[in-house]
Write a protein that binds this ligand. Structure first.
Ligand code: GCU
Length: 678
């Protein structure tokens, strides 16, 4: 058995006859009006779902007439006039990719402007059944709040995946373009089911070869397979590709020959992929070439590419993850310092892609100060779904909890309530272009993501991309029901594990605002002792600065003053070591070991207790999970159980190594209740 492969599209058999009879009415005879590859996909999905729900016993029949059928899947323009009239003006609220699931005189009408909207509506209908919703009063009109909802694969041509922990790349370059693997189709189904409409298939540390005909043909094959699912292909562009591929003497964005090269290259790409989405670029960062090499700005670089894709309707996603060890300022200041002055100078088909926090996908960071600071330049969010710094693939941690914390943070850009979610959905500054990207956690593992529960992060990413204000409790609950079981006890217990998991992990890895104390380079496990080696900002001691005097990075005006990049409202709380919420303390302040905190403990004691609490939390998750045996299939139950052994022992490892390391500076004993390091 490999139940993990089916993700949240398990379509588990109905638990009894009453439930089965209830939904059977809606699934047996379905009317689908019109013809298109997408409508074929809808039909196929309904067959897969029915086979699952009814254990192969019932298959839906499809017709084009709406006569007696209980379920209609129909474009809004094709609705009978009478019904259009009854549904009224609300029908016009359904936008391009939106849908309306409406119970109407005993029927379920799934209607949309486009076939992709109908596909999304069908998945919403199936989700309602999977989670055992009553259908009689269904009235769900949904439009995505963000336009470009992308996965970013950091996949290399040799099929390794940068920061990928679930096997190799699912893109089998060798067999493409001729062989379209079923896994690509299942990938597209899964993404369409959560509203993802774009995928960037190569590593941001790019290889110019992907822009050659040999690989464009392969990318085209994927684009053709994904098109009916509403998913567009994007490519990463290596900035010096004109030099590598065609021996141009320069890649200077102001050089006419370079501009012409990109225009020709872009035209060539569109000849393969007529609906190519555009470029994703990492420039001037971690060894990647970029406009700085020619004394140009990030806007010069982005605009050159934007001009090349503009005639075809493409966009450029230009990453703000730009920093340099030669710049003497605090690394986390650098993106803001560089991009903020460029606000308003980017072409309107450029969107700047900003990581959720100013450092690098840590277990906890404050939101990136660029959000709210660039009213004239569309900014998109970049989340990391793969868990580079969060235990990689063996720790169960629900990323949606962390993402919500970021999305609901207040930038105060236009007064109270200017949340990050309103920046990226465009409503705060009136952005014309909106987007969100998630660095994929997908690989060749049989269950796609390594940890069975890391599927939840892929799922939740899609849901939050559709609506960044969505309720993450509901997301977790739906995912559990669709993936494992509708058993009430199972769902309640597992949901509690999920919702508490992030705080638990932060406690055993980086409590009190500690950050980037992971081991060097691979970032797995603790490494607060890591020093030296050429560049300061790639060492852990740079970030924690522990000494006998104290610990933490001073980012107030006495220190790097990165705090000044945030709205003045934040200065009032974050700027004061006595007022700042303890979870950000050492991110912004350097404090002495004996400093008395709001909890009544001194810093050292509080740190030790939090590490201990994290370990106890991991053990609690493990013991709760142990009660789930028998409630789901044994294979996935055991898979998760065995990963808990790793998670708990790594939590202890984190606690013991960090406390032993920091104790040489604090010179204090461990408080009661904290276990002695092994
Ligand atoms: C992190 C990660 C790199 C990645 C980089 C990026 O630094 O460790 O592997 O290339 O982020 O986002 O570009």
């Amino acid at each position: 058995a490999n139940d993990g492969y089916k993700l949240w599209l398990q379509y588990l058999p109905f638990e009894n006859k009453a439930v089965s009879d209830y939904y059977r009415d809606y699934l047996e005879n379905i009317s689908i009006s019109g013809e298109s590859p997408t409508l074929d996909i809808i039909q196929k999905e309904l067959i897969i779902a029915s086979k699952g729900f009814f254990d192969q016993q019932v298959l839906p029949e499809f017709s084009k007439t709406t006569d007696s059928n209980l379920t209609w899947i129909i474009r809004s323009e094709d609705l009978p006039e009478e019904i259009k009239g009854k549904l009224g003006t609300k029908l016009s609220e359904v936008k391009e990719e939106g849908y309306w699931l409406k119970s109407y005189q005993g029927k379920i009408i799934i209607t949309a402007k486009t076939d992709i909207g109908l596909l999304y509506g069908t998945f919403a209908f199936l989700k309602a059944i999977q989670t055992r919703e009553k259908l009689e009063n269904l009235d769900r009109l949904e439009n995505p709040k963000i336009q470009k909802r992308l996965l970013n694969h950091w996949d290399n041509l040799n099929r390794t995946v940068e920061r990928g922990y679930a096997g190799f790349s699912i893109w089998n370059w060798h067999r493409l373009p001729n062989h379209i693997d079923q896994q690509y189709i299942d990938y597209a189904r899964a993404n369409a089911s959560i509203g993802i409409n774009g995928t960037s298939i190569f590593n941001v540390n790019s290889n110019a070869l992907i822009l050659t005909p040999e690989y464009l043909e392969k990318a085209k094959a994927l684009a053709d397979a994904f098109r009916p699912y509403g998913i567009k292909i994007y490519l990463t562009a290596r900035f010096n590709a004109p030099m590598i591929l065609d021996s141009l003497p320069t890649a200077d964005p102001q050089d006419p020959a370079v501009q012409v090269w990109w225009k020709k290259k872009t035209k060539e790409i569109y000849s393969y992929i007529p609906d190519f989405g555009g470029f994703l670029v990492k420039a001037d960062s971690e060894g990647q070439p970029g406009p700085h090499n020619y004394g140009r700005t990030q806007a010069d670089g982005a605009n050159m590419l934007a001009d090349a894709v503009r005639p075809f309707g493409g966009i450029v996603m230009w990453r703000a993850f730009v920093y340099n060890e030669k710049t003497p300022t605090d690394r986390i200041r650098q993106a803001y310092d560089e991009f903020k002055p460029l606000d308003g100078t980017f072409r309107d088909n450029v969107i700047v892609q900003v990581k959720n926090g100013p450092l690098d996908f840590q277990p906890r960071e404050p939101f990136h100060p660029l959000f709210g600071a660039m009213p004239k330049t569309p900014l998109m969010m970049e989340f990391q779904i793969t868990k580079e710094y969060l235990g990689q693939e063996t720790h169960w941690v629900n990323l949606a909890t962390m993402w919500r914390e970021i999305l609901q943070s207040d930038t105060y850009a236009k007064g109270k309530g200017s949340t990050v979610s309103k920046v990226i959905d465009g409503s705060l500054h009136g952005y014309k272009l909106t987007g969100i990207a998630g660095v994929a956690n997908i690989g060749t593992d049989r269950n796609w993501t390594g940890h069975q529960t890391a599927q939840a992060d892929w799922y939740a990413f899609g849901k939050l991309a559709w609506n960044p204000d969505a309720n993450i409790d509901e997301i977790a609950e739906d995912w559990l029901k669709m993936t494992f079981s509708n058993d009430v006890d199972f769902v309640a217990t597992s949901k509690e594990i999920m919702l508490r998991s992030h705080e638990i992990l932060v406690n055993y890895m980086t409590p009190l605002g500690l950050h980037h104390i992971m081991a060097r380079s691979h970032h797995w496990g603790p490494g607060p002792w890591v020093t030296g080696g050429g560049r300061e900002d790639w060492t852990a001691t740079y970030y924690h600065k522990a000494s006998e005097e104290g610990i933490g990075f001073d980012r107030t005006e006495k220190g790097s003053n990165a705090l000044a990049q945030y709205a003045p409202e934040w200065k009032k709380t974050w700027g004061d070591a006595d007022k700042i919420p303890l979870e950000y303390l050492l991110w912004f302040h350097r404090v002495s070991w004996d400093k008395k905190l709001s909890t009544g403990n001194n810093l050292w004691t509080e740190m030790a207790l939090r590490y201990q609490k994290g370990v106890e939390g991991a053990r609690w998750m493990q013991s709760q999970w142990a009660k789930m045996e028998g409630k789901i299939d044994q294979e996935r139950y055991e898979h998760i159980s065995s990963f808990f052994k790793i998670q708990v022992s790594e939590a202890e490892w984190w606690r013991d190594s960090c406390l032993l390391y920091f104790q040489q500076f604090s010179k204090m004993t461990l408080p009661p209740g904290v276990e002695k390091p092994k």
